[in-house]
Design a protein around this ligand. Sequence first.
Ligand code: NAD
Length: 265
Amino acid sequence: MEDKMLDELINKVSDFIIGSKAIVVFTGAGVSTESGIPDFRSPGGLWDKYNPDDFLYQKFLASPESREKYWQMNSELYCTLVNAGPNQAHYAMVELEKMGKLDCVITQNIDNLHQEAGLLDDKVIELHGNNMWVNCLNCEKRYSREEIQKRLEEGVNVPYCDECGGILKPATISFGQPMPFEETREAERRSRSADLFIVIGSSLVVQPAALMPLYAKEGGARLVIINMDSTSYDRNADVVLHGKAGEIMGRIVDLVKYKRKLQEG
Ligand code: NAD
């Protein structure tokens, strides 16, 4: 994207933010690539290395062999996640919250980086769960992922619940697993009542998460999309910014702060 064009669009989005009271930010894997966590679909992403079909929820339930394969992949992912920290884009959302403008963040991510940046749990709706926790599928006992990682590193291939012997699974939503009902409903409600809806780093191909921008438009919100690549929702957006999420969000929020300072005199 040409520099002059980018400057103009950043200026436009900063004005949208200044005129908004209930901003909903919708994030995908692309918001965390600058933190060192690869997305799934770009070259070099997780699906270049693993076959998503091997990690269907039904397969996970069906055999200890599938669970072992799953835990191997998840251990690799977990090591990447614990070594990553928030980037400028995550911190920009915290700035919006400090200004009293952020209604919530709806995220497809499982990396906990919005909370690590400083957002409280009740400001983050996680549509696909959180990989820092593990649940027993039988008695629902919750474990920290760290505790389970220790067991894996001590040589356990497939961990089970120490309370009831049930199957343990990271608190994330796998392919073939039902979406979390409350989170999905709340995300739709908040999307519909937003006055500004900003998509950051999502290919918008995973459903039903990708319906949220449409709910927001139906509810009368302005729609901004910030992504490296085009998405099929670009034509519905008021502004589309192609580039790096951290850099662009950092610039937008700096400009908003500057303009607000000028307004305050
Ligand atoms: P995706 O992989 O389908 O798409 C990511 C998008 O982000 C791509 O269109 C890419 O062009 C863009 N992108 C990459 N780096 C960017 C950057 N620096 N700035 C702006 N845009 C950038 O991701 P998705 O739409 O979120 O869906 C994939 C699923 O994978 C999600 O459901 C999510 O649960 C899961 N996932 C999560 C993480 C994480 O928690 N960090 C990482 C990988 C995958």
